[in-house]
Design a protein around this ligand. Structure first.
Ligand SMILES: [Zn+2]
Length: 122
């Protein structure tokens, strides 16, 4: 899948504004959305128009490689548009690829390689 000119990654402020609006609108219609539900609904809705939330700050306990699944044919609805962080140990061989709810390599669109500062020099 190639990058399309319409793809856009929101800033944290843009994403937060859309999230707040979704929660407020749901409340207006008598529904209290949990934060998990609101984030999932917003992520899924935005992914349909090729818009995605900002990359999260990686957790320090595993490999810091991140990946944004955007392929509607290969990435299931549960992970489409949901940033993935590799669950392998920090500093593992990048040639092995990265793995979370899906697998990826650093050269795929949407991949952010692991931070080298987090790699241990054994
Ligand atoms: Zn990894």
């Amino acid at each position: 899948m190639t990058e399309t000119p319409t793809r856009r990654i929101l800033t944290h402020d843009e994403y937060d504004a859309a999230y707040a609006r979704l929660k407020a609108q749901a409340r207006l219609h008598g529904t209290q959305l949990s934060s998990n539900t609101a984030h999932a609904a917003l992520t899924a809705a935005l992914a349909m128009i090729d818009v995605y939330g900002p990359a999260p700050e990686p957790e320090p306990d595993t490999c810091t490689a991140l990946y944004l699944p955007t392929n509607t044919e290969e990435d299931g609805p549960d992970i489409l548009g949901v940033w993935q962080q590799c669950f392998f140990e920090p500093g593992h061989d990048d040639a092995d690829g990265h793995e979370s709810d899906c697998g990826w390599s650093d050269d795929m669109p949407g991949a952010i390689p692991a931070r080298t500062t987090d790699q241990e020099t054994a």
